[in-house]
Write a protein that binds this ligand. Structure first.
Ligand code: FAD
Length: 547
């Protein structure tokens, strides 16, 4: 394997027509914001329908010196898809599955998708084993589809909650979600990318094809023979779930550089993903605990032997999610006033914490797994009689509704407060820390936010040592104080060996946090990598760092 990336000229095509700024503001203003509510502006908007059209747009942008922002489904919460100016490219017309292949060694399947395909559309096609346009696939792919239809069920595990997210956005942010405890983030499933560069050249990069040198050196060869050399940053990445900045390891597979690069190096035009066999059954449960320490003890026990699932009486754990006492209080209060949480069933009034777990199992082992789970809950003070369990789709929906009710309730409350104080937003952390440090981080959250008298909830992916603190400011003064404390807490997470963003990415809103993590030299090293692929600093300008 070598360290050279060889870009080719794209198939010739004309660029699609542009929608100009007045019409964008009038008819397409949804493209100017994402779920963070951060708003931007763009002079032109276009919807490429093919890689060739995308490459033509990126060539024209380079010639015009126009900044280009890539827009997926805009479910991101860091402003990554929000344009500051220039051209905006939407991927919703590049939304097909193009082919399917089989790994003969493992009997598993891979699919080739366009980046605008949404997670929910893909899940639907996989469940129905039916792909629109498959009659036009190459013959080998059509034969694979026949075998796929006869095989057991397969799925794409990463689940970033928002099912409307696009695959392009997910790969750009290295998205994960509740099941990343069992399955890891999307990086683990990306097998090959086709990438369109500013200037219009195209790279086809398969995992295992090109590696950086041990000193981080790599080379980009452009059509026509010009070469640019680069070096992977030498900063040390934390050994935790991480979506902050460029992936960087000596000798790394160069495919990993693009995954999680937040669209700053290239635009994905095709994404090949590995599928996983779906578990026969998923057992889900929510246990309610008398105290937060009881819940933390349960999680420590549940995580034991995670590396060897067969040795774990709970089997292959997929998700471990935590809700602190304040989260439960907020849900109770919202239910009492018929707010966002009115659709979830009542839960024990005395509970001061809750944990949601999911384990993948066979029908034959289901009873043993359920029994082991109930014993483990009881050992940490949670009554099995009060636990909610689920194995069917309907039951699982209730558990999911409980999980989703909290962020919905937070958003509802903040939405109401923002009417009185425009500009007020929630302040949500996305920090993860190494094993053994999460209790320290929880203590830091509590001490800092309690002392400041701020309203907050603590919840999330405790299995990955990754908790979201959501601060709910009531006034502009609380908002400013919350922001300052947020930075202190980010420093604490980094001090503990963690990351400032485990899954949401940095986008345009968390750049200051990235500086805490990698310092000025780390940011400069990332900027130098960007210049190799985008010397004019046009693509997704303003994401991760200032151009
Ligand atoms: C309620 C809620 C819960 C969430 N929970 C989770 C969670 O649990 N885990 C998690 O990981 N995320 C979560 N998210 C965040 C979000 O859903 C993910 O980051 C998602 O992967 C973004 O996909 P998107 O298509 O919406 O991307 P966008 O928001 O449109 O874009 C995200 C980034 O991808 C870039 N991009 C888009 N398309 C391309 C392309 N073709 N080529 C290169 N770059 C591209 C954009 O420029 C931008 O920088 C949550 C969001 C919400 C609103």
């Amino acid at each position: 394997m070598n360290n050279c990336l060889i870009a080719k000229a794209a198939t010739a095509s004309s660029a699609p027509p542009f929608i100009e700024s007045a019409e964008i503001a009038e008819r397409h203003s949804a493209y100017l914001a994402d779920e963070s509510r951060f708003r931007g502006r763009a002079e032109r908007l276009a919807f490429p329908e093919s890689e060739a059209a995308l490459a033509a747009l990126l060539k024209a942008a380079s010639e015009a010196g126009a900044p280009v922002t890539l827009s997926g489904a805009r479910t991101g919460i860091t402003g990554g898809a929000v344009p500051a100016s220039g051209w905006l490219l939407g991927f919703e017309r590049m939304n097909r599955v193009l082919a399917m292949a089989e790994d003969s060694d493992t009997g598993s399947f891979r699919i080739v998708c366009q980046p605008g395909l949404t997670l929910e559309a893909l899940a639907r096609s996989l469940a129905r084993r039916n792909f629109e346009g498959s009659e036009q696939w190459p013959e080998a792919a059509r034969k694979t589809l026949e075998r796929f239809r006869a095989a057991r069920a397969f799925f794409l595990p990463p689940d970033p909650t928002e099912q409307s997210a696009s695959l392009g956005g997910m790969v750009a942010c290295n998205a994960s979600g509740a099941r990343s405890f069992g399955y890891g983030p999307v990086r683990a499933y990306v097998n090959r990318l086709r990438l369109a560069l500013i200037g219009g050249a195209v790279l086809d990069l398969r995992r295992g094809q090109a590696r950086a040198g041990e000193d981080g050196a790599f080379l980009l060869r452009l059509p026509g023979g010009a070469e640019r050399s680069g070096r992977i940053p030498s900063y040390r990445q934390p050994a935790v779930k991480n979506a902050a900045g460029y992936f960087a390891r000596p000798g790394m597979d160069l495919l990993d550089l693009f995954i999680g690069s937040e669209g700053t190096l290239a635009a994905f035009s095709e994404i090949e993903l590995s599928l996983e066999p779906a578990p026969e059954t998923i057992l889900g449960a929510i246990g309610f605990f008398p105290g937060e320490d009881d819940a933390l003890e349960f999680v420590r026990n549940a995580r034991k032997n995670h590396a060897g699932p067969e040795a774990n009486p709970l089997g292959r754990l997929l998700a471990i999610e935590y809700f602190d006492g304040r989260s439960l209080d907020l849900l109770r209060a919202q239910k009492a006033r018929q707010g966002g949480a009115s659709h979830i069933p009542a839960f024990p009034a005395s509970a001061r914490a809750a944990v949601y777990v999911e384990t993948g199992t066979s029908e034959a082992q289901l009873e043993d797994r359920a029994e082991a789970l109930m014993e483990m809950l009881q050992a940490s003070g949670s009554s099995p009689d009060e636990a909610w369990t689920a194995t069917t789709g309907r039951e699982t929906e209730i558990l999911k509704a409980f999980r989703h009710a909290l962020p919905e309730a937070v958003n509802q409350i903040i939405g109401e407060r923002a009417q009185a104080h425009p500009g007020l937003t929630k302040l949500g952390t996305d920090f993860a820390v190494p094993d053994g440090a999460v209790e320290d981080l929880i203590r830091a959250y509590r001490d800092t936010l309690d002392n400041a008298g701020l309203e907050y909830v603590l919840f999330g992916h405790l299995g990955d040592n990754h908790l979201h603190a959501n601060i709910l400011p009531r006034t502009p003064d609380e908002y400013s104080r919350g922001k300052a404390l947020y930075m202190d807490l980010a420093r604490k997470a980094v001090e503990l060996g963690g990351t400032v963003s485990a899954e949401h990415g940095i986008g345009k809103l968390k750049k200051e946090l990235l500086k805490i993590m990698y310092g000025v030299s780390g940011i400069d090293a990332m900027r130098a990598v960007k210049r190799v692929f985008d010397p004019q600093m046009l693509l997704n300008r303003g994401n991760l760092f200032d151009a």
